[in-house]
Design a binder for this molecule. Structure first.
Ligand code: MSP
Length: 518
């Protein structure tokens, strides 16, 4: 990658280490991974960050419940998230832990910058706090629950807290935030989340408590270590820590900050789209360019929760169905941004219909015909007929169509467009019936098979971000060199397969899934 290539910095939320990773965590990171791979193949210098959120009362309590010192506990649970990243094939460039010295330094520097600009003052917090959400709530946001409890909109219980606390003057940021959203219409997506944030901010903002004194597990406030920083201020800072903050003159920081995209779940949009830009502006640091909030998964129609015992383990899914199959399903099944329901039935349907029958069968029948009828060599095309031109130009339009969908994080649209070209290629096979041409018009048969191999090359180049292993297998079988698989080379004028080149024996790429329980 040339140093002059445009930079692209994207992040996942950092995951709480109170628990083992589940499908929700896998999903956010998967979306980022696919985008990171797409942008790399599309000529960007990508920095893809993920990591773990290790401080705060929730993690401290989880460590205590496990009977372990917090540091020992977070070391172990953080490792599980690293292992998940490996199992899922994530291509992250960095993995940040908020207990690392580089991060503690960045948090304290950011605090000092905000304070030096006059936006932090000492006071006393008396109000509601939910440890599960690590969030403060106003009285009118809570509903009564069993036993006189107060319940937050997320369903988590809130407790009354009274303690000395530093405050951030969020109430003064309403107009500046509204102006920022107005000037940056793409800052929050999708539209529904943008509207939600706008109405929250228009409703008026209250100063935010940004330190706690009733427990210890966190980053000490500079010059007043009886206070530890509010875990969300600490956690959000990870995004600039990893860009090199406070070394704002560094090459990394200058290339990658402000981040191009923070990918988050819909539950944490307020922290990212309201608090975070306000903290940054208060410190004199540029806010990120975009926050995309995706929806939540349910499991066979039910909310996923530990107490219901229906948590979906992404590793078990991958073992059962295959990595690329899971990656494909999660991003194809649900319009990105909406909520979605996981079911084994839907998983099997998509994997059998769209991967095995459509994409897989296209690849397999074309490669086997070439193997059998062209002596395992890439056929030599003659002049193209209009049907050939039609299919080739549909595949040419696919790159810009997918690029456009990816720029809007519409992963399902990118895959839908890809599937349309697969469908058009399968129809072309049926119409041209190359198997019947061997005796009647062998030159035409070669042209048809060449056109198909060429379409498959393009389809496989473009499916790499979603299904890296399977796409590589297809490209290997076509004899495409590994340095000719990025979009610029693969779609350059004159790029194509080499007639006459020897091909390996074809092997299936997308197996049909037979349900052992059926
Ligand atoms: N630690 C904070 C984030 C700090 S970022 C500066 C946090 N962590 S989390 O582990 O609870 O959640 C991480 C992500 O997982 C969130 O984006 C959340 O939306 C996502 N999911 C958790 N459960 C989910 C589903 N059931 N479905 C889809 N995503 C969900 O929040």
């Amino acid at each position: 990658m040339s140093p002059g290539a445009p930079a692209y910095y994207l992040t996942t939320p950092i995951y709480y280490v109170n628990d083992s990773p589940h499908i929700g965590h896998a999903y956010t990171s998967l979306a980022c991974d696919v985008l990171a791979r797409f942008m790399r193949l599309d000529g960007h210098r990508v920095h893809f960050l993920t990591g773990t959120d290790e401080h705060g009362q929730k993690v401290e309590k989880a460590a205590a419940a496990a009977g372990r010192p917090p540091k020992e506990f977070v070391d172990e649970v953080s490792q599980r998230f690293r292992a998940l990243a490996q199992t899922m094939g994530y291509s992250n460039d960095d993995f940040i832990r908020t207990t690392e010295p580089r991060h503690i330094e960045a948090c304290q520097q950011l605090w000092q910058a905000i304070k030096a600009n006059g936006h932090i003052y000492l006071g006393k917090y008396a109000g509601w706090y939910s440890v599960r959400d690590e969030a403060f709530y106003a009285e009118d946001e809570l509903k009564p629950g069993p036993g006189g409890q107060k319940i937050a909109p997320s369903g988590a219980p809130a407790e009354w807290v009274e303690e000395p606390s530093y405050f951030f003057d969020l109430s003064k940021w309403q107009d500046k935030l509204l102006r920022f959203y107005d000037e940056n219409p793409d800052f929050i997506a999708p539209e529904s989340r943008r509207n939600e944030v706008l109405s929250f901010v228009k409703g008026g903002l209250q100063d935010l408590s940004v330190s706690r004194t009733s427990f210890k597990w966190g980053v000490p406030v500079p010059d007043d270590p009886a206070h530890i920083m509010y875990v969300w201020l600490d956690a959000l800072t990870n995004y600039i820590t990893a860009a090199g903050y406070p070394d704002t003159a560094s090459e990394t920081y200058r290339s990658f900050w402000p981040a191009d995209l923070h990918m988050v779940g819909k539950d944490i949009v307020r922290f990212h789209a309201v608090y975070w830009p306000a903290f940054l502006m208060a410190a004199g640091v540029a806010p990120p360019k975009r926050v995309f909030a995706h929806g939540w998964w349910t499991n066979e129609g039910q909310k996923i929760s530990k107490s219901l015992g229906n948590v979906i383990d992404p590793v078990a899914l991958v073992e059962r169905y295959g990595l690329d199959q899971v990656r494909y399903f999660l991003l194809r099944e649900v319009p990105f941004g909406n909520d979605g329901d996981f079911s084994h039935g839907a998983m099997m349907r998509r994997m059998n219909a769209e991967l095995a029958n459509d994409y897989g069968n296209l690849v397999q029948r074309v490669l086997s015909m070439i193997n059998k009828n062209c002596a395992a060599r890439m056929p030599t095309p003659g002049a193209y007929a209009p049907a050939d031109e039609g299919l080739i130009s549909a595949s040419e339009r696919l790159l810009p169509a997918m690029r456009d969908a990816m720029a809007r994080q519409q992963f399902h649209v990118a895959l839908e467009r890809h599937g349309e070209v697969v469908g058009a290629a399968n129809r072309y096979v049926d119409e041209q019936a190359p198997w019947g041409l061997k005796k009647t018009d062998p030159k035409r048969m070669e042209t048809v098979l060449y056109v198909l191999a060429e379409i498959i090359r393009r389809l496989a180049v473009l499916s790499q971000p979603f299904m890296p292993e399977s796409s590589a297998k297809i490209l290997d079988q076509l004899g495409v060199a590994s340095n000719a698989r990025d979009f610029a080379r693969a779609f350059a004028e004159g790029a194509g397969l080499t007639p006459g080149s020897a091909l390996p024996a074809p092997t299936g790429v997308f197996p049909r899934f037979v349900d052992p329980a059926a």
